[in-house]
Structure formats: C-alpha cells, structure tokens
Design a protein around this ligand. Structure first.
Ligand code: FAD
Length: 475
C-alpha cells in the first residue's frame, strides 16, 4: 500500500550537500524532509569517506612521526596495533558526528526518512523502504544523491579480497600485500593508511604520473617519499586480469611498457574514480537533463532545467568534494527561499591528506600553461623554514601564482605537512583579490608553516630576507 504526502522542500541524500541544504532551508523557515537510503545520516563523506579516512590517516601520521623521532634521538619500541580497537575508534568518531547531524535535524524540525527515493514525475517521488512504499509530492526538490566508486570492467566485484574505498575503510584485516589500483587521492590516502598499519603496499596507475590533476613539482616530494614507503609504484600500467588464487589471495596481471607482469597480492583496492549516482533515481521519469558523464546539469543557482528541482554536490559535477557540496547546498536552499544567492566561488580548494599533504586552490601552473593564461609565480622552499626544519621536514614548498598584469593571486599550491590547513589562506587571497604586496605585507607569526605563504609573496616581490636570491644582472 502506498500513502501520499506533500512537502515544501524534499532533499534526497544526507551527505555534506544534502544536510547543509536541508538545515539552511529549515533555518530560513521552510518545511523540510531529508530522505536517505542509508541507516545513518552524513552520506559518503561522513560514513565511508572523508571522516573515517582522516581518522585513520591521523593514526598513520602519528605512527610515522613517532618513528621519525629516531633521527632526533628518541626511539620507541615497535607499536602494537589492535586492529579491532582501531576500527572501533574510527566508528566512534563517525557515530558521534552522525548522531550530531541527527540531533541538529531534530532541533530544526527537519524530518528524516530512511528510504530509497525514485522520481515518478517532475514533482513526485516514490520512497521505498523496509516498511513499504510511500509517495511524496513536493514544491521543491534538492537532489544530493552523491556518487559511488567506479569499477573496472572485468574485475570481479563479489570477491572479499577486492576492496572499494568503502570496504577498505571497514578495515576487516590488514593484508600482508595490498595492491592499490589507481594513483589518485583516495588510493594514495588508503595506501598510506594500510602501509602504516603494516601492509606492503603497491600502486598501479594507468597514467604516467601519480595525482595527474596536481602540479608535478608538488607531487614530486610525495612521490619520492611513497617510493621509499611503498613496495612498488607502477606508472603507465594497465591492469589486464585479476583472478582469485587458492587457498587465498589474487593474481594480478599488469601490462607496462609492452611487457606483462603477474604478481600475487592478498588484497586489491580498486580506486579508479567515482561516478554520479544518477542511474537509480528514476530520472527517466522526469525531464531532468543529465550530461554525457552522468552528472545532472545545473545553472549557477544549482537549478536543473526543471524549475523547482535543484542538484548539488557530487551528482552535480566536479570537483567531487565535500566542501563544494556544502557550499552548493546552501546556495540551492537560499535560492529556494528567495535570497539572492548563486554559486560564484572563484576557487575550490583540493587537498590530498597523504604525508606530505598536497593542497592547491585556484589555477594550477599546469592549467595556466595549458590555457595560455599569463602568470608569474613566487615560491618558497620549506628547507628555509625554521618551523619545517624543527618538525624534521624539509621537502615542502609554497607556491603562489599571480596574474601577470594585476599581480593578484590566481592560484596557490602547497606541499608539506599540514598543507591542507594552510591552503585556506590561499583560498581567501583569491576570493579577496589579494596581490603579492598584500600578502607579503601581512605579518605572519613566527615560527609557523603559514609564514611560507608570506615568504612566497616576498620572493615574488624581491623583498625576502629568509633566502638569498642573487640579483639578475642587467645590461
Ligand atoms: P554523498 O556524501 O555522496 O551523499 C549522498 C547520499 O545520498 C548518500 O548517503 C546516499 O545513501 C544517498 N542516496 C543516494 N541515492 C539515493 C536515493 N535514490 N535515495 C535516497 N538516498 C540516496 N571530500 C573532501 O572534500 N575531502 C576529503 O577528505 C574526502 N575524502 C574522501 C575519502 C573517500 C574514501 C571518499 C570515497 C570520498 C572522499 N571525499 C572527500 C569526497 C566526498 O565524500 C564527497 O565529495 C561528498 O561526500 C559528496 O557529498 P554529497 O552531499 O554530494 O553526497
């Protein structure tokens, strides 16, 4: 039996996009329902993405830092890892945060329903759950149904030793030998976790470089470190076969430089990108337009081609990042509520939480070159940063890309410990239109890694005193 209900604002998906949209709309006085098929709120980011991975990466970081104290005269005995306790700790962090979202929903009178939503028409969805079917009609709908891991055709899916990022985060066991297929950020982050917990990790990447979206000079220090920590990094390598072997494990065949390599691994993590969840939403029953990559097409108001239907987050396009989803969610809610909102962010930061971290915002140098954008840059090597050396690290660098004419900041790239925290200053500089002089004349506290941002601008201005840069001869 299906019942029929009407709601002002229906949000499909409770990830960082969905719950932000729902809460903002509720705060602006609207009646809101969030529908999510998961038993807990928070979406991929909270339940099987950003938060569990960063909880585990923190453990990896502390293990690494403790080990690195050796060179400073302090050594510890080999750490004992209780994998069940590690898993429990990670789950506790996730549960605390998803419980927080549930409480905030309640406090705002946002109703949450656990069900799978599927459109029947442009203004009706069917909700399917264990307790039956229900039809919801709505004045406005925000689709925030996110994305899922892409698979590689021909690789079996139903083998417990073939992991996705979700099952890798379940941390059922620590394999002796793990192959990560895909040298993107998720693969490298998870590889870092498993390596710290004791696995011998190899990475196979189809392209000739790790993290192809990032500037090569930022990737270099990470690649150098991972080369030491991981067993093998296979670049320009195609996986041609993954087969179970008896009694346990997988035989993987790869093709590199025209020759074939076969190696046995205990587990394989497939992390070759993510695809928008457009296939199970019943979009064929609507007139909502989807692009060639499966993303729902939206305008700057996050509106689809249907006037009262919006889409946000991973399902609405790249970059598939939580903070972009949240920002878009707020825009959609505000537009629905009649506020003059639009997605007009100048730049969206991206962070890879490996060690060292890599972060960038705005235009990368690679992009500037490809698009022939005239630019100049200021760079500061962390080997000249007192704080970085005090941490026992010297491989970092901070780079600011300036518009050639206006000298305004158009891009920032950082590699080094805590780059992910430091990049926010770059995002602010871009949004505020800060030029090199604004940054170099902003007093930064000493000794901090944040100083390297001002130092990079000083290098550009020719006012740096923490480096000696010989003057160019003229005439
Ligand atoms: P999601 O978080 O994907 O949520 C969508 C929700 O919709 C899900 O709960 C799903 O169950 C629900 N849903 C889907 N279809 C239906 C349906 N038909 N009916 C009802 N409910 C439905 N991003 C970062 O910014 N920083 C990071 O550090 C980071 N780390 C990551 C690590 C990993 C391992 C992964 C996998 C991702 C990571 N991401 C990170 C990406 C980030 O998780 C996503 O960009 C973000 O979750 C997208 O949010 P969203 O609101 O669009 O949707």
């Amino acid at each position: 039996m299906s019942s029929k209900k009407h709601i002002d604002v229906l949000v499909i998906g409770s990830g960082p996009g969905g719950y932000a949209a729902a809460f903002r709309a509720a705060d602006l006085g609207r009646d809101v329902i969030i529908v999510d098929k998961d038993p807990t709120l928070g979406g991929v980011c909270l339940n099987r993405g950003c938060i569990p991975s960063k909880t585990l990466l923190h453990i990896a970081k502390v293990l690494e830092e403790a080990d690195s104290l050796k060179k400073m005269g302090v050594s510890f005995t080999k750490p004992k890892i209780d994998i069940d306790a590690v898993r429990d700790w990670k789950s506790k962090v996730v549960t605390q945060l998803s419980g927080g979202i549930a409480q905030m929903a309640k406090a705002r009178n946002v109703k949450t329903i656990q069900a799978e939503a599927s459109f029947i028409s442009n203004n009706e969805v069917e909700l399917n759950s264990d307790s039956g079917k229900q039809i919801l009609t709505f004045d406005h709908c925000i689709i925030a149904a996110g994305s899922s891991s892409s698979a590689i055709p021909g690789i079996p899916k139903d083998n417990e030793n073939i992991l996705t990022s979700k099952t890798a985060l379940d941390l059922k066991k620590i394999p002796k030998k793990l192959l990560v297929i895909g040298g993107g950020y998720i693969g490298l982050e998870m590889g870092t976790v498993y390596s710290a917990l004791g696995s011998s990790v190899s990475v196979a990447e189809f392209l000739p470089t790790l993290l192809p979206g990032a500037d090569a000079d930022l990737v270099k220090p990470l690649a150098r470190k991972l080369k030491k920590e991981f067993s093998n990094i296979y670049l320009s390598t195609k996986i041609t076969k993954v087969e179970p072997v008896k009694p346990n494990g997988l035989s993987v065949t790869m093709e590199k430089d025209g020759s074939s390599i076969t190696e046995k691994f205990d587990q394989v993590l497939v992390s070759v990108g993510r695809k928008p969840n457009t296939n199970k939403l019943g979009l064929e029953n609507t007139k909502i337009k989807v692009d060639d990559f499966g993303f729902i097409s939206v305008d700057k108001y996050q509106k689809t081609n249907i006037d009262n239907i919006y889409a946000i987050g991973d399902i609405a396009g790249n970059p598939m990042l939580a903070h972009k989803a949240t920002h878009e969610g707020k825009v959609a809610a505000e537009v629905i509520c009649g506020l003059p909102a639009a997605f007009d962010a100048k730049a969206i930061p991206a962070v890879i939480f490996t060690d060292p971290e890599i972060a960038w915002v705005g235009i990368t140098e690679k992009e500037a070159k490809e698009k022939s954008i005239p630019y100049e840059k200021g760079e500061f090597p962390w080997a000249a940063s007192g704080k970085s050396l005090a941490l026992g690290r010297n491989e970092g660098r901070t780079k600011i890309i300036f518009d050639k004419d206006t000298k305004r900041t158009i891009g920032v790239g950082i590699v080094g410990p805590n780059a992910g925290d430091l990049i926010s200053e770059g995002a602010l500089a871009i949004e505020m239109g800060a030029d090199a002089e604004d940054i170099s004349l902003t007093i930064h506290p000493h000794p901090t890694l944040g100083e390297t941002f001002a130092n990079a601008a000083e290098v550009f201005e020719g006012t740096v005193t923490d480096l000696y840069i010989p003057k160019k001869k003229t005439g």
